[in-house]
Design a protein around this ligand. Structure first.
Ligand SMILES: Nc1nc2c(ncn2[C@@H]2O[C@H](COP(=O)(O)OP(=O)(O)OP(=O)(O)O)[C@@H](O)[C@H]2O)c(=O)[nH]1
Ligand SMILES: [Mg+2]
Length: 312
């Protein structure tokens, strides 16, 4: 058997299970980190700031007994902009036709009204789907920490405590999820971990570096468009435009004597090279597009495509 045959072999038995698990929760609770930890590889960008994830993305876990398609989603919050509306719509769409839901809460923080609101939404949007309540960031609490307020959020049959950064509870969570999925085939080759294409991943990596290196409104005001992505035999050439919403933000992203944009480029290129396993040439420029977060035409251009409204 050659390498390709083994990758595409449908080497799974009658008792193989497969299905879609939506991963939802408030911003910054660790959804993307948890998916990366489950896969043992970074497929989604993460940051210590809320609203990092903007789009649905699928992480694919293949084991001998199951294939789980994890849908990473934007953090659930009250939208303030068209971009926020798009993100909320992406969560709703992700909850359609799922086999199970992983609802992540940050166990180190007291639950609030937003968590209670999510509980209501989940019963409405994913009725009948089993919900696993995941108490994440368990490394930040003691073993005698009172978990009752979190457990009272949702009368779930399934609860799992995890530390997505420490790797605690991850295997147990997967073992809990597999029996919740229907019997079914492998949908993706065993070595495929994400449904995202390289252009999307490149734009996300650049955006992540900007989020890490800036503060306040800037992480929310940044969009990245890939203008060119060419894989040559010896090097991959990438040209990207970084959009911000105001002139002052452009100055900050570029930095004194271009220092920050240079650092963004170096960090992004390093990660891209690791991912591509090849040399990369990255060229970036920064442009201002006032209030792009309310500009649906622009949002569509950079991939934030709102699903069509029914009947309209
Ligand atoms: N201490 C600790 N930190 C964690 C854990 N899981 C995630 N984090 C951190 O929490 C922050 C947010 O993680 P993300 O994975 O980006 O959170 P998210 O829920 O995807 O956030 P949005 O995409 O903004 O909705 C990052 O700084 C992570 O390193 C954990 O188990 N313990
Ligand atoms: Mg995220």
């Amino acid at each position: 058997m050659n390498e390709l045959d083994s990758i595409f072999s449908d080497d799974w038995g009658e008792d193989h299970r497969s299905g879609i698990v939506a991963v939802v929760g408030r911003p910054n609770v660790g959804k993307s980190t948890l998916i990366n930890s489950i896969l043992g590889q970074k497929i989604a960008i993460t940051a210590a700031k809320p609203q990092t994830t903007r789009q649905r993305q699928t992480g694919i876990l293949t084991t001998a007994e199951a294939q789980i398609l994890f849908t990473d989603t934007p953090g659930m919050h009250t939208p303030q902009t068209r971009l926020g509306n798009y993100m909320a719509a992406a969560v709703r769409a992700a909850l359609k036709d799922v086999d199970a839901v992983v609802w992540i809460v940050d166990v180190s923080q007291a639950p609030n009204d937003e968590d209670r609101h999510i509980a209501e939404l989940l019963s409405k949007l994913a009725p009948g789907s089993p919900i696993v309540l995941v108490l994440n960031k368990s490394d930040l609490i003691d073993s005698d920490h009172d978990r009752s307020a979190h457990l009272a959020l949702f009368d779930s049959l399934y609860v799992q405590e995890t530390s997505a950064t420490g790797g605690h509870g991850i295997h147990e969570l997967v073992q809990r999820l597999i029996p919740l999925l229907p019997f079914g085939p492998r949908y993706y080759p065993a070595d495929q971990m994400s449904d995202a294409n390289l252009r999307f991943i490149a734009a996300e990596i650049i955006r992540e570096k900007i989020i890490h290196l800036t503060s306040e409104e800037i992480p929310h005001s940044v969009a990245v468009e890939i203008n060119r992505f060419r894989e040559k035999p010896d090097i991959t050439v990438i040209e990207a435009t970084i959009y911000v919403e105001r002139e002052s933000q452009k100055g900050i992203v570029i930095g004194k004597r271009g220092r920050l944009i240079k650092k963004i480029g170096i960090d992004a290129r390093e990660e891209l090279q690791r991912l591509l396993g090849a040399r990369a040439h990255l060229e970036t420029r920064v442009k201002v597009l006032k209030n792009w977060r309310s500009n649906e035409d622009f949002m569509r251009r950079v991939g934030y495509v709102l699903p069509r409204r029914k009947g309209g």
